[in-house]
Write a protein that binds this ligand. Structure first.
Ligand code: 4AD
Ligand code: MG
Length: 464
């Protein structure tokens, strides 16, 4: 083979006919091979785009024996002339001159035909990134991650790294995975009969984080505007299409922001991300729209173009009570809304994303700012069509005495470091958390959160 710099299929297809007549070098995985005794057509994909490049093999230059290893799933290296294509659906194709086979794929390659079910592909999660669907989802996932960093960077936020192993419990929901090196079959027990954690790796009980927020607040009350973007872990036994045990969360935290500023930022942020994907992932979104969800593009545009509704929890409950609808779970003031309630408000009543605010303090975390009514806190959940809760956030309680009282009421300990932010130079501040996979779910139109992360973790499943 000649020494020619390889181009990605994405680059070749987008440059199109301007390279016609040039000898190009391409590498990738074979999707299909078809043809007759005179000519064979190979659809080649290298992951850079959903579109395949057609490679034409003239059987006066190659023998059937040469082409035999080119099976679905095999990997090849081709050099040849780029020519304008006569076939429909592509601008250019490659007339092969040289062929190198990296690896054939035997007939037991699981992704032989198109149109496997998502359930089948979940069983083959180690190979599914090679399908059109997962290629599209994973490229969109990348674009959204990039958009998130760009959004915050352009606004002057600092990317702040919070720990994954922690000794505190942010959400207080008791859903933490414990981290220990203690021998589980022979645990050290103290005189009080309890496990002696002083012998554990960190000398105390430690867990994987459920949220970087508390440490994020330390960042925001020093750097002003920060965001985190990292993995979080929740040991909830939730076998739903919206929950993962390991998911990624983006948590901006802003000094001097009150709840209204927080809502404005959340709405601007989420619209920015969706717009970015619409602009930069056209082919992939179109593919998902055509194959899985015919209303996807329409829904994305609708969300970007319309204002989110802002509604206090108390009014939301009133709407639900007066709806006359029979819900599976009863609705009353004080209840933690179920996904059927959230989706009724968003999909049927307002037909728009809703930011629900001012929840009863009992159903929200300890750190939220208490309203003057003494009953509700300055919480905000952003509720989305098909997804339900996509963002959860609040203005934080910045008053040292009130926060101390709430921490004592709930019997939380070891929070002195957190209270120091209120003891020394306290400021009003706010933040929120966006579940990254829920955003990817919304933008791709997929149904199941297990299909928008390469290696999903959920109860009784930890493959690879
Ligand atoms: O509402 P949550 O629990 O809020 C927090 O963790 C706050 N500390 C955020 C903050 O104010 N900085 O979680 C935030 C978001 C949810 O709205 C949801 O999108 C997502 O994280 N989320 C999950 N995503 C996938 N699987 C799970 N098990 C999730 N739990 C929460
Ligand atoms: Mg929440």
């Amino acid at each position: 083979m000649e020494d020619i710099k390889r181009k990605t299929i994405s680059a070749l297809l987008s440059e199109g006919a301007e390279n016609a007549g040039k000898i190009v070098d391409v590498k990738g995985w074979v999707r299909t091979r078809r043809g007759n005794k005179n000519v064979q057509f190979v659809a080649l994909n290298d992951g850079s785009t959903i579109n395949n490049l057609q490679i034409v093999f003239d059987l006066s230059k190659f023998t059937e024996e040469d082409l035999k290893p080119i099976t679905t799933g095999s990997s090849i290296h081709v050099q040849g002339e780029l020519v304008a294509s006569q076939g429909k659906g592509q601008s250019v194709e490659v007339q092969a001159r040289e062929l190198e086979i990296y690896g054939t794929a035997p007939v037991d390659y699981p992704l032989q035909k198109k149109g496997h079910t998502l359930e089948f592909l979940r069983e083959k999660a180690h190979l599914r990134p090679r399908t059109n669907t997962f290629g599209a989802v994973l490229r969109i996932r990348h674009a959204l991650a990039y958009a998130i960093h760009k959004f915050f960077n352009d606004k002057g936020f600092f990317y702040f790294h919070t720990p994954l192993i922690t000794a505190s419990d942010c959400e207080g929901a008791g859903a933490q995975f414990q981290v220990t090196t203690l021998p589980l079959e022979n645990l050290p027990v103290g005189e009080d009969g309890k496990i002696d954690y002083s012998e554990d790796f960190f000398g105390k009980m430690a867990s994987l984080t459920v949220s970087g927020q508390l440490e994020g607040e330390l960042g925001a009350t020093a750097l002003g505007l920060i965001y985190t973007f990292g993995p979080t872990f929740r040991a909830e036994n939730s076998n739903t299409q919206r929950h993962l045990s390991e998911f990624w969360m983006i948590e901006p935290e802003m000094a001097f922001y009150e709840i209204a500023d927080n809502m404005d930022l959340a709405e601007e942020f989420i619209k920015y991300c969706i717009n970015y994907a619409l602009e930069h992932c056209k082919d992939d979104i179109q593919f998902l729209n055509d194959h899985f969800d015919k209303e996807l593009i329409e829904r994305l545009k609708f969300v970007v173009e319309n204002d989110f509704v802002r509604l206090p929890y108390t009014e939301g409950v009133k709407i639900l009570e007066e709806s006359g609808r029979k819900f599976e779970f009863p609705v009353y003031w004080g209840v933690d809304l179920a996904s059927e309630h959230e989706r009724f408000l968003v999909e049927e009543h307002f037909k728009k994303p809703v930011i629900l605010t001012d929840y009863p303090k009992e159903i929200k975390a300890f750190y939220m700012k208490l309203n003057d009514d003494g009953k509700t806190v300055r919480a905000m959940d952003v509720l989305f069509p098909k997804i339900g809760e996509i963002i959860g956030g609040s203005q934080r309680e910045e008053n040292y005495d009130k926060l101390t009282k709430r921490i004592e009421e709930l019997g939380l300990t070891g929070m002195d470091w957190y209270l120091d932010t209120r003891k020394y130079g306290t400021v009003p501040h706010s933040g929120f958390g966006l579940g990254f996979e829920r955003l990817v779910l919304f933008v791709t139109g997929m149904q199941n959160i297990r299909d928008v992360i390469p290696f999903p973790r959920y109860p009784k499943n930890c493959e690879y």
